[in-house]
Design a protein around this ligand. Structure first.
Ligand SMILES: Nc1ncnc2c1ncn2[C@@H]1O[C@H](COP(=O)(O)OP(=O)(O)OP(=O)(O)O)[C@@H](O)[C@H]1O
Length: 248
């Protein structure tokens, strides 16, 4: 469990033990075969980013890990446990949470109600006070309805409410989509803080510039497969390839 709101232990960020090990993952929506053998790992305490063009299969990968895809085969090991045939509620209880691209804020509920909605699945989740320390805006907006929140506030709320559940492995799907630069910067600070507190983060991002401010490592996804991977330290050497992969 992350030791939230306390200083990271020395060496914590440099941990190299594999927490998620995805091997030959294949997934289908009905008859549509989308993932064709994904292979990648995430180490404890890392921020790992999946990059790739629209439709490459990044979101589908997160959904497959979470167990919310009808058919999946291969191997997804989390802390040594095999998830591939597990139901999503059991997967959540292991401490894995997904913050979806569409954010899923309930418009008719206020901020507090949205925050309290997801069940606490494991001990060690953040208290409301700890959440407000991370997201002071949310405290000010506690009585505001979901519909009244800006895109940035909705995104913060979507991240905040999974922190209450006790999850320690966070999957964030395009958290910066449609947000202003100043809000994107705040989300970057939040991710850096969560990493420092010991959370492990698997990020899907189209905004490569943003990803480069938070990621330890990258994987490039194309046609439902990982076609390349490198550490942030090797980013400069991989820039030309990356432009080709992403078409930017
Ligand atoms: N519910 C669904 N039913 C059928 N096909 C789907 C469904 N959701 C996604 N797809 C298809 O699966 C493929 C991969 O989509 P996915 O959302 O995983 O891509 P992505 O890499 O996350 O890109 P994006 O940034 O566009 O979301 C796309 O061809 C998409 O059209």
């Amino acid at each position: 469990m992350p030791e939230v709101m306390t200083a990271a232990k020395p060496g914590q960020a440099a941990a190299t033990s594999t927490i998620l090990d995805v091997k030959n993952l294949e997934s289908w929506y009905g008859e549509s075969h989308i993932l064709h053998g994904m292979n990648f790992t995430v180490n404890a305490g890392e921020v790992v980013t999946l990059l790739g063009r629209n439709g490459a299969g990044k979101t589908t990968t997160l959904k497959s890990i979470m167990g919310i895809i009808g058919k999946r085969t291969g191997s997804v090991q989390f802390n040594g446990q095999q998830l591939i045939r597990m139901t999503s509620d059991r997967i959540a209880r292991l401490g894995i949470a997904l913050c979806p691209e569409e954010r899923g804020i309930f418009a008719s509920l206020d901020v507090r109600e949205n925050l309290l909605l997801p069940p606490v699945v494991r001990p060690g989740g953040l208290t409301l006070d700890q959440i407000f320390e991370l997201f002071p805006n949310l405290k000010e907006r506690l009585k505001s309805q979901g519909t009244k929140l800006s895109g940035g506030e909705q995104q913060m709320l979507a991240i905040a409410r999974i922190l209450r559940t006790g999850a320690s492995f966070l999957m964030l799907d395009e958290p910066t989509e449609g947000l202003a630069p100043v809000i994107i910067q705040q989300i970057g600070h939040t991710i850096a803080r969560l990493k420092k507190e010991g959370f492990t983060i698997l990020l899907v991002e189209q905004n490569f510039r943003f990803a480069s401010t938070v990621a330890d490592r990258y994987y490039v996804v194309e046609h439902g497969k990982v076609i390349d991977g490198f550490a942030n330290a090797d980013l400069a050497a991989n820039m030309d390839k990356l432009h080709t992969y992403l078409g930017v």
